[in-house]
Design a protein around this ligand. Sequence first.
Ligand SMILES: O=C(O)C(=O)C[C@]1(C(=O)O)C=C[C@@H](O)C=C1
Length: 283
Amino acid sequence: MTNIKLKELRAEIDRLDAELLSVLEKRIAIVGDIAAAKSDDGKAIAFRPGREASVLRNILHKHSSKLPDTVIAAIWRELIAAVGGLQKPYSVSITAPDKSVGYWDLARFHFGSATPMTLHQLPSVVLRDVSENPSVLGVLPWLSRERDTWWEHLAQGGDNVPKILAALPFLDNPSGEFEDLNSLVIGQAEPEPSGDDISLIVAVTSAEVSRARLNEHLETTGLNGFCADSRSPAIEEGDWLHLLEIPEFIAEDDPRLSAFHELLGENVIKIVILGAYAVPMKS
Ligand SMILES: O=C(O)C(=O)C[C@]1(C(=O)O)C=C[C@@H](O)C=C1
């Protein structure tokens, strides 16, 4: 390639960069209007996980360049995470019992380079951070990791008890070194539907109920989920906790929940929606 040709191509890159920057600045400039439109929602953070998931799905569906999906996702994640922070500053508190770098990496990819993040060994510290401060999001290891019982805390339900809002990674990265790690994002916000979601619900019972029975009741009520985990009481006379995974967004007033409650009969103490997350994408 001649030097003249290279010069021309670089001039074209400069022109496109200027165009890109101008479009980017237009997207960022509407942040004030977005914040104003949300001003009466009473929420401490601008984070809208359902909307974020649909923006990402839309972009990744449309993109057709040679760049890997993960690069496109990283560009949009940087943008979305920063736009959220411009509306209302937030920070992220991460639990990393082991493989710390991997959990940090998952959170950094999702929340971008400018979001303040802190790392902690114990889930209890992250739960405290999030419960005490509505502008803090928590990142916790996936529920099924044996020693992690943090979701039992969420099962208390009630004010200030955080909800599950998202799952990480949203897009898997086959070139990532810690691709086997998965996390859940919690915060003092209401989960919202993205169009393709999984809800996590806990049924608290006073006596043992088999997984087979729970699955049968779920099927009867049309909830189509399954019992992913059951915890026996730590103390005598304590409650049983059953973690249910439902492959759709379930609202608090879903009549199928009350039907399920009724089928469980007098054993059931309460049913608590822990939250929901957008089904992650495959690159
Ligand atoms: O749509 C919104 O509510 C926005 O604040 C915009 C935006 C985005 O940049 O697309 C940013 C943060 C939200 O979590 C979701 C989406």
